[in-house]
Write a new protein. Sequence first.
Length: 276
Amino acid sequence: MINQYLPKKAKIISIKQETEDVKLFRLKFVKDQEYFYFWHGQFAQIGLPGYGEGPFDICSNSNVSTKYFEISVRKVGFLTSKLHKLKKNDYIYVRGPFGKGWPEPKTLAKKNLLLVGGGCGFVPLKSIIEEVSGGYSMSHKVQVFYGCSDENNVLFKDSYGKWLDNDIDLRLIFDKKKPSNNHIQGISCSFGLITKLFDSVKVVEDASAFLCGPPIMFKFVVAKLLKQGFKEEDIYVSMERKMYCATGVCQHCAMGEKYVCKDGPVFNYPEVKNYI
């Protein structure tokens, strides 16, 4: 069992350029990787001596957690700029995993899934998509709505073919620039706000909904879900943008009596609807 509070040295075993400012890092602990277990939707603290540390969503399939894990890093500041300069076989330090992730789909009352991700909020959904892609998605309906600014900022394109083969119904929509064609990697794409998909696509029924994205997205997507007949208790949201120290000590993530780092980042919607 790995002590989640102690930083452990991890080796970068691959780096993939996803977009101009986003890289996907595949990591493996120098020691005890076989004892590392995480749940989809959890996060880790990634650090470099002299540059600090920060919270990053783990976005790989939890079924391979004893072999490696992946994080997506967008270049936006001091730490992330340094991370982007690292190369394969360099080392970083990792604490975690932390937080409460997405519920296990098999335990939900409504087992079909609707996953809605906006911008970088698509990152923590990747782990659950990987988890259900295959056996689960062959026996239950899994629909994914992914909204981002334009086709140059689409994440994880190389996975779309596999997801499509495993009956994942993925739809893309761009809100800044119209796509150059109607499909990317075989996936249908359109132009407009992500809520437009609820009016133009047949939404999966008898489903639970998992949401992650900008706070403003929650308000309008939840309204669409309720109009579609979803119950509040069948909606789950990741408040991952509020994550900070991972322990709740700094109070940065406080929402009333709850702490995103400890009690989340994933919450059942009724728990946090007054903070959205």
